[in-house]
Ligand binder design. Structure first.
Ligand SMILES: CC#C[C@H]1NC(N)=Nc2cc3[nH]c(NC)nc3cc21
Length: 371
């Protein structure tokens, strides 16, 4: 293991990149998918299962963990890795997005954000410095800057104001983070669906010489081609030698398109949330197990999968569990979905190494279409 945080580019195929992020707690093979472990757990999974599927890193949320169990309490218990028994890398989001999407009574000033907890109504103040302090108390390996995440659609002037505030907060987060060789603090490119604002945000963050760069504020309802247009404007402005993380994305098709445009890291609740709602992601496309057509289908989701949830259970049984609202239904489908996402990422990494990513992406999409 490396004492430092380093990113090595191992292969390129067009704008697609195959790399490795090394840090004291382990290596992250990129392109990478990070299962969402918001409150210190990947819902409906044991973390040993998550690891066995090929997950090198999971995501935690500052907002949720500061409310419950609390950052100082987590530190007293040895940090998030010890608490959740996950000794591998963890990336933590800063709280900016969750405050916007979950908290009440939000007030933004230059100093930071004041909000009321959606759990118990307690009022919190979070500055860029406090967000970095909390992520340090969690002992997070990759920490995200605090940013202002405004609800879209919004006036360009409002998107610009939030983007500029987030840039000032990025500088404050960099100062608060200081020099931690085995850890990283990533900036977050903002700018909505405005190419010029995206370029300005990326260029200003690049000048801060951070250890990695996220792209935020996409996959929030805009058409996929707009998301891809923003990536085409943003990625070339970012340093080649640093990791690029597209926040909250996405479907398997989004991931193929974003890898093709230079993204290295992904997180999304899609595979876990969809699994709890009866939806399976497979090599053959999506399968909604609520549908009556599965009621007597003896086939598994994917007989060629290494995952027991995909290989050993009939669609009829999964349909029964989902229709009966049995907990095992969500557990097995979450297991299947994360297995599929990680197998997709391994397939992508291999295709880039072989210089045939474009061809492989077309083969994968054709298999979805065949069903
Ligand atoms: C504007 C902005 C922004 C980003 N800022 C931070 N701190 N976290 C995020 C998390 C996200 N999850 C999703 N899901 C679609 N989009 C996200 C965007 C962000």
């Amino acid at each position: 293991m490396s004492e430092n945080f380093t990113f090595n580019l191992l292969a390129r195929d067009g704008a697609a990149r195959r790399g490795e992020i090394t840090m004291p707690r382990g290596t992250v093979r990129t392109p990478a998918f990070m299962p969402v472990g918001t409150a210190g757990t990947v819902k409906a999974m044991y973390l040993d299962q998550v690891r066995e599927l090929g997950s090198d890193i999971i995501l935690g949320n500052t907002y949720h963990l500061m409310l419950r169990p609390g950052a100082e309490r987590m530190a007293r218990l040895g940090g998030l890795h010890e608490f959740a028994r996950w000794p591998h890398p963890i990336l933590t989001d800063s709280g900016g997005f969750q405050v916007m999407s979950l908290a009440d009574l939000r007030k933004i000033t230059e100093k930071g954000v004041t909000f009321r907890s959606h759990v118990d109504g307690q009022v919190f103040e979070m500055s860029p410095e406090r967000s970095i302090e909390i992520q340090g108390l969690l002992d997070s390996d990759i920490q995200m800057q605090l940013d202002e995440c405004i609800a879209l659609p919004a006036e360009r002037s409002e998107i610009e104001r939030a983007m500029e505030l987030s840039l000032r907060w990025a500088e404050r987060c960099k100062t608060a983070f200081g020099d931690q060789p085995g850890k990283a603090m990533f900036g977050i490119v903002q700018g909505g669906d405005d190419v010029k604002l995206r370029e300005r945000s990326a260029q200003a963050l690049k000048a801060l010489d951070l250890k990695g760069y996220a792209v935020g504020g996409l996959a929030v309802g805009e058409p996929q081609d707009v998301m891809f247009e923003m990536l085409e404007a943003t990625c070339p402005q970012l340093p080649e030698e640093k990791p690029r993380y597209l926040m909250g994305v996405g479907t398997p098709d989004d991931i193929l398109g974003a890898v093709a445009r230079g993204i290295d890291m992904f997180d999304c609740v899609m595979p876990t949330r969809a699994g709890r709602h009866g939806l399976a992601y497979t090599r053959h496309g999506k399968i909604n197990l609520k549908n009556a057509r599965h009621a007597e289908d003896p086939r598994p989701l994917d007989e060629e999968s290494n995952c027991p949830a995909s290989r050993d259970y009939s669609r009829a049984y999964l349909h029964h569990l989902v229709r009966s609202n049995e907990a095992l239904g969500g557990m097995l489908l979450t297991w299947n979905n994360l297995a599929y996402y990680q197998s997709l990422m391994a397939d992508i990494r291999s295709a880039i190494e072989q210089g045939r990513f474009t061809e492989r992406a077309a083969e994968i999409r054709a298999a979805w279409a065949r069903g």
